[in-house]
Design a protein around this ligand. Structure first.
Ligand SMILES: Nc1ncnc2c1ncn2[C@@H]1O[C@H](COP(=O)(O)OP(=O)(O)OP(=O)(O)O)[C@@H](O)[C@H]1O
Ligand code: SF4
Ligand SMILES: [Mg+2]
Length: 377
């Protein structure tokens, strides 16, 4: 682990994206990816992960409204001219989407598809671009001879390897991988993840990896951001966020995944009741409050900003680092609404709602890291 802070390759500042439908899919996201590092983005379906990825290279529908700044090497993607943007889409940052079959052109051989951006953006001759395509296929573990295949002649895992080869074609500084292994079987998923990890490490590429699977991100990434209803609600070192999430939502998301070596978690993996809110009709206050088992009555009114939650960590929860947080020595009064929620989430907590709001008091080890504890099951 390096102790010298790396320069930021990507800085996202106060990014908002609203679709023409009125869906506020991304709401004030601030994130940084340091050069050569890997950032994971996690969150339930519909929380805005793909919208964020598409915004990075202005791949959203023209009717979507974007505000904020997306600085790639200091240059704002949102104000770039089209010619510059086209170059940046290959050489600055490139995207690997889920569902490779839909992203590849069915009527062109894969070698030609990989070679095309090399000709267009690196001004290579056709022969040099073909050699580059063959080399890239070998880098992603496919024989160069497969260059003459059409997408339908390849397996799902092989097509995803081709997508990765295309993403690497113009030596990007950043790869954005949006659910790169969804729809692949578990063995192939592991192979593709290891391949991405090896390539970004060998070539010093930065990675933004999107997944609903926190375990994959904790294993692959340096830092992890958890999104809820279009916002980053927690961010920090990946393993720390996974193991000791500071935000009740991050905590619930993490608890939903069984731990290797912890048989109890396999017998009773814990999920979060309810659904994320509709981004066209978000609840007031903290958007997580209708599902939050430790919500205070004030959470229906107050929407906390991200605040420090330990070294290099941020979380957007009123219980983090404030009066009433576990370890602060003062319990916040959860109020009657929280008592009712706690009762429905955990019948044992009905007898003492304060235990649900501050269960860290019952668990000194949880109190030590100033993270609110909860059991959403
Ligand atoms: N083109 C679009 N027009 C209108 N609304 C959209 C569009 N694309 C996405 N949305 C809405 O924006 C919200 C965020 O969607 P997004 O695809 O970014 O979520 P996600 O976190 O990537 O979800 P998943 O894990 O299912 O891929 C959702 O409510 C979705 O319905
Ligand atoms: S305790 Fe309140 S601020 Fe914190 S996550 Fe729950 S509802 Fe949001
Ligand atoms: Mg998505």
């Amino acid at each position: 682990m390096t102790t010298t802070p790396s320069p930021a390759l990507l800085e996202i500042k106060d990014l908002h994206v609203t679709y023409a439908s009125g869906a506020a899919a991304v709401r004030g996201v601030d994130l940084t990816v340091a050069a050569g590092t890997k950032l994971g983005i996690a969150g339930e379906s519909g929380c805005g992960k793909s919208t964020l990825a598409l915004a990075l290279l202005r791949l959203l529908p023209a009717s979507a409204k974007l505000t904020g700044e997306i600085l790639l090497d200091g240059e704002d993607v949102l104000t770039m001219k089209w010619g510059r943007l086209r170059a940046v889409r290959w050489a600055g940052a490139s995207i690997v989407f889920q569902g490779a079959m839909h992203s590849l052109n069915a009527v062109h051989r894969i070698g030609d598809q990989i070679a095309e951006p090399v000709v267009l953006h690196q001004h290579a001759t056709p022969a040099a671009a073909r050699r580059r395509a063959a080399d890239l296929l070998e880098q992603v573990g496919l024989p160069a001879a497969r260059a003459s295949a059409y997408p339908h002649e390849l397996s799902g895992g092989q097509r995803q390897r081709v997508m990765i080869a295309m993403a690497l074609a113009c030596d990007p500084r950043l790869i954005v991988a949006d659910e790169p292994t969804t729809a692949l079987d578990v063995m192939i998923q592991a192979q593709i993840l290891r391949l991405i990890e090896r390539l970004v490490a060998d070539q010093g590429i930065s990675l933004m990896m999107i997944s609903h699977d926190l375990t994959v991100l904790a294993d692959t990434c340096d830092r992890l951001a958890v999104m809820y209803a279009g916002r980053v609600v927690e961010e920090g070192p990946a393993r720390a966020v996974y193991d000791t999430a500071a935000h009740p939502y991050g905590r619930a998301l993490s608890a939903a995944f069984p731990r290797i070596g912890d048989p109890a978690s396999r017998r009773a993996p814990r999920g979060l009741p309810g659904d994320p809110p509709d981004p066209s009709a978000l609840p007031g206050g903290c958007t997580f409050h209708p599902r939050c088992p430790v919500a205070l009555d004030s959470c229906a009114e107050d929407d906390p900003a991200l605040r420090e939650a330990g070294a290099g960590r941020r979380a957007a929860c009123v219980l983090v680092g404030s009066v009433g947080a576990p370890g602060s020595g003062t319990a916040a009064d959860p109020g009657p609404a929280a008592a009712a929620r706690a009762a429905s989430a955990d019948p044992a907590a009905a007898a003492d709602p304060r235990a649900a709001a501050d269960p860290g008091a019952a668990d000194p080890s949880a109190a030590a890291d100033s993270t609110p504890d909860l059991d959403p099951a």
